[in-house]
Design a protein around this ligand. Structure first.
Ligand SMILES: Nc1nc2c(ncn2[C@@H]2O[C@H](COP(=O)(O)OP(=O)(O)OP(=O)(O)O)[C@@H](O)[C@H]2O)c(=O)[nH]1
Ligand SMILES: [Mg+2]
Length: 383
């Protein structure tokens, strides 16, 4: 299939590879695009069969060194050869990645940057502000970048779009979960900027974005589950499920945002309803009692509590992901409260829990949080 090529550049460590992984998925990162490009450590070409563009990941670009960079040079060579080989190595779009730490360097290096990519004359540039956790920092970065482009007549028309993204969820120091954002917009806009013959149809893009949202939702559940495991890692005889409420609340809100559910009174009630079922139900005891039925478990109270906590946060997150996806795709509405209750009840019933509790057997006696996380998430992954 003929595809567009998107050159991804930016200073080292801004999050290019992380962004590519989120846009194309983990699978795509394992196998590099089968392509005419020879093995090259300066850049890598990645693709996912379901979307219309490849992403070219470059490495090691230092501030103020665009011209000398091997990566950009190597891509130029790769791209130039394509005319001879009749392969489609033309660059269709450039993503220039900056974060709020490196953006202030950009006005000084924009000349070199534009010079380095000068062979791709009319190729549109999307500036991607990566790791955009804080609104004011992101806005500041955006202003700096826009000004830099406006500083020269020839640069200004090249800046097609500025998009701020978070590629991977993060837990902040105060325990807040910061969900991914901006990825669907980036995919859509990039597809729209491809030469007409290469663009994917709207419905194919929509389907692709759905799959990405699902992956981001899972990533959020995973981060929240780890937070739940941490909160539950206490030696008390029985874990206090109220301790999980803040984590669950942020988890549900983050998933809600990924699925772009409109904020409204009904939506808030639905979120609260999910949270209430998660915290008030008997799940903690259910898990504990089914754990007791498994012979030969020899784990400390803290490990068991961490496992139970993680399991509940995980099950609730998976249920919320499913619910919001159904609403996003129009199969259900936020008013289907009875249906929501049933979905959550089902996901927390003893059969579902039994599946999870059987994976407790794989945990070793001095398991750390990561190992517990693997046990918790691994079990439902097999469903
Ligand atoms: N939580 C979170 N971490 C991120 C995000 N983007 C980047 N990071 C982290 O920032 C670090 C650098 O990210 P990379 O994706 O390797 O950066 P890069 O631009 O590919 O760097 P080079 O390959 O050296 O040019 C890694 O530890 C990432 O986990 C993000 O959106 N969220
Ligand atoms: Mg990288």
């Amino acid at each position: 299939m003929e595809k567009g090529n998107v050159l991804v550049v930016g200073y080292s460590g801004v999050g290019k590879s992380t962004l590519i992984k989120t846009v194309l998925g983990e699978e795509a990162m394992k196998k590099k695009a089968s392509d005419s490009c020879s093995p090259n450590s300066d850049f890598q070409v990645y693709e996912n069969n379901n979307i219309s563009f490849r992403l070219i990941d470059t490495t090691g670009i230092e501030p103020g060194m665009f011209k000398e960079q091997r990566a950009v040079k190597a891509v130029r060579k790769w791209s130039a050869q394509s005319i001879k080989n009749k392969s489609d190595n033309q660059i269709s779009v450039v993503w220039f990645c900056v974060d709020s730490f490196t953006c202030h360097l950009f006005p000084k290096t924009i000349d070199e940057f534009m010079d380095a990519i000068s062979v791709w004359k009319n190729v549109p540039i999307i500036v991607v502000i990566t790791q955009s956790y804080a609104k004011d920092e992101t806005q500041h970065a955006e202003e700096i970048v826009r000004k830099a482009f406006l500083s020269q007549k020839s640069f200004a028309p090249r800046l097609t779009e500025v998009i701020s993204v978070v590629a991977k969820p993060r837990t902040s120091e105060d325990g807040n979960l910061l969900p991914p954002k901006g990825i669907p917009e980036l995919i859509e806009i990039t597809n729209n900027l491809l030469p007409e013959g290469l663009q994917a149809a709207k419905k194919d893009v929509a389907r692709y974005i759905l799959s990405r949202k699902r992956a981001m939702s899972h990533a959020v559940v995973s981060v929240a589950t780890l937070a739940g495991i941490t909160a539950g890692f206490v030696g008390a005889p029985i874990v206090d499920l109220m301790l999980l409420k803040p984590t669950e609340s942020i988890e549900i809100e983050s998933i809600f945002r990924i699925w772009e559910i409109k904020k409204s009174k009904e939506a808030k009630e639905l979120q609260d309803c999910i949270l209430d079922i998660g915290t008030v139900s008997l799940t903690g005891k259910t898990v504990l009692s089914s754990l007791k039925l498994i012979p030969g478990i020899n784990l400390g109270a803290a490990t068991i509590n961490a496992f139970i906590s993680g399991t509940i946060v995980f099950a609730l997150g998976e249920a919320a992901s499913y619910i919001f996806e159904q609403i996003y795709t129009g199969k259900k509405t936020i008013n289907d409260v009875e249906w929501v209750k049933k979905v959550i009840d089902d996901s927390l019933t003893s059969t579902a829990m039994d599946k999870i509790t059987s994976s407790v057997k794989s945990i070793s006696k001095n398991a750390d949080k990561k190992e517990i996380l693997a046990a918790v998430t691994g079990s439902l992954g097999q469903k």
